[in-house]
Design a protein around this ligand. Sequence first.
Ligand SMILES: Nc1ncnc2c1ncn2[C@@H]1O[C@H](COP(=O)(O)OP(=O)(O)OP(=O)(O)O)[C@@H](O)[C@H]1O
Ligand SMILES: [Mg+2]
Length: 281
Amino acid sequence: MRSNEDHTEGTIGCETAVEAINVRKTYGSGAAKTAAVAGITARFAKGQFTAIVGPSGSGKTTLLHLLAGLDTPTSGRVIIDGVDISTLSDDAISDLRRDRIGFIFQDFNLLPYLTAEQNIELPFTLRGRQPDRQTIRGIARELDIENRLDHKPQEMSGGQRQRVAVARALAGNPAVVFADEPTGALDVKSSRQLLAILRDMASRRGQTIVMVTHDPNAAAYADRALVVRDGLIAADIEHPTAADVTSTLEHDADSPLPLAGGVAAGDGGWSNIASRKEGTR
Ligand SMILES: Nc1ncnc2c1ncn2[C@@H]1O[C@H](COP(=O)(O)OP(=O)(O)OP(=O)(O)O)[C@@H](O)[C@H]1O
Ligand SMILES: [Mg+2]
């Protein structure tokens, strides 16, 4: 399935956490105009763990930022937890992000001068609310960082830091957790542990998760893999295995599917920026 077709199968009858409707994001102007996201329609069901995979430069981070209200689309609409964010003021979008969305970044994004516990409590502190200590302790126990709560980030391993970031993302009971390459800075063992935690959060708590990754093995933990290429959805795989994702990526690389406008990159589009120019599609 290609481009801006409706990627909703498997979600019919399910409640929707996030929806993108013909979302585009273009950068630059004139001949240099590039569509980082070239018209994507996709629905993310509540409780579903989705991996967004694709080659470098394919538009994964841009799409994630649009879905999370961190960035504004050039055209199209994003609906988060039933709210069309194009109708909101910047302040209202900030509030929605703060109250309904959890983020996990590749480099953890912890505040170095706060302890693990204070970092986890941030979503509450920023809202001027009392942190729910019992919930936070419970999450910390599940993530095996309970005995690290008084430590500052530099006193923890990378895996522990990332689990603090996961605890922070979950503590506010968000509608959606967005993660951009959350295993990017971790070794294989810590990566697997983190992915198993995310898998568990979706299965047991019904936490909606949208995770960007370039790693087919990481994508295999998800319920669904959206393969992005040249700013479009190249494939939508239910219950992906690492082999499914790898072969989809390789298929694209070896024999590119015809793009609108007939552009087929010599390298299969894996790093092709030229084919992303507006005039060619
Ligand atoms: N602020 C920007 N200004 C201009 N072009 C941008 C900007 N942000 C992203 N792009 C371009 O948009 C395209 C998609 O970028 P994006 O960061 O979404 O890719 P990605 O799939 O996340 O890649 P990676 O796997 O390397 O992180 C790239 O060609 C990138 O150069
Ligand atoms: Mg990226």
